[in-house]
Design a protein around this ligand. Structure first.
Ligand code: FES
Length: 272
């Protein structure tokens, strides 16, 4: 006779409700490519942004301020006249001023629905890909501490809007020259414009934004304005992953451009 199989665990990937196949999964394509690429991309950004956030140098070159350091909230800021530089933190703050502000965009992205999917797959293999069972014994989703804290995403959204507002102001300031005279443009202005468009597109394509704009309505017909806005946000929302990546890259490029200028590696080509 056959041995009775051990009782299926109540939780995890080998539960009774799963098909009893010996193979770990039946996918034959290179399913690991997407999570591996995602992990590599996120890791590269983490390394780059950690270096830049702790550098506490080369983040300002008139009229450009790195998006990693804006708004600059400490007395030790080396930013511009008339720029977003509010000295809420006095001389006792000796660390990089980026550390005071990056928590907001970082928290927004860490709790973002797309990035959650990206790093759950890329770093935790939970699950690694569609129809590929995860290696973990237990799965409780986001129903327990600490992952239940992902729910604060909607509040990070409001901070992200504020930060995007400040970066919009920074972008407006790039229409000045190094003597703060208005009506000028350089290559950096274009870099900043591209970045702010992508930052806004990513922020407004947020799932929480979509719910804030069009959620909890019984009748769209009674809320034509919100219905229309919801439609627009929905169109952006379809591209949320693309916008998450392109704005992540553009913010790093804008920061790197300021770094190159401030460290003297390049000179900003001026158009007028
Ligand atoms: Fe991605 Fe809100 S869901 S930013």
């Amino acid at each position: 006779g056959t041995e009775p199989s051990p009782p299926a665990p109540a939780n995890g990937v080998h539960t009774a409700s799963r098909a009893a196949i010996p193979a770990r999964h039946l996918r034959t394509d290179r399913w690991w490519l997407a999570p591996a690429g995602t992990a590599a991309g996120l890791f590269a950004f983490i390394v780059y942004s950690t270096w830049r956030a702790f550098a506490n140098a080369d983040y300002y070159h008139a009229p450009y301020v790195s998006p990693f350091y804006s708004p600059c909230l400490a007395e030790n800021c080396r930013t511009m006249r008339g720029g977003p530089n509010w000295e809420l933190f006095g001389s006792w703050w000796g660390l990089s001023p980026a550390l005071l502000i990056l928590i907001f965009p970082l928290g927004f992205r860490l709790t973002c629905y797309y990035y959650r999917k990206a790093y759950y797959r890329g770093f935790w293999a939970s699950p690694p890909a569609c129809a590929v069972a995860e290696p973990h014994k237990k799965y409780t989703g986001e129903t327990r501490f600490p992952l239940i804290l992902q729910n604060i995403h909607r509040y990070f959204f409001y901070f992200a809007v504020l930060v995007a507002g400040v970066l919009t102001y920074d972008t407006a300031l790039t229409f000045r020259d190094e003597h703060y005279a208005w009506g000028h443009m350089g290559l950096g202005t274009l870099v900043f414009l591209a970045n702010i468009v992508l930052i806004w597109a990513y922020t407004l394509s947020c799932h929480s934004c979509r719910h804030i704009v069009g959620g909890r309505l019984r009748h769209f017909s009674k809320h034509p304005v919100r219905y229309r806005l919801w439609g627009w946000v929905g169109k952006l929302n379809e591209r949320h992953m693309l916008l998450a990546w392109s704005s992540l890259i553009s913010v790093a490029v804008a920061d790197f451009y300021v770094f190159l200028l401030a460290s003297g590696a390049i000179v900003d080509p001026r158009f007028f």
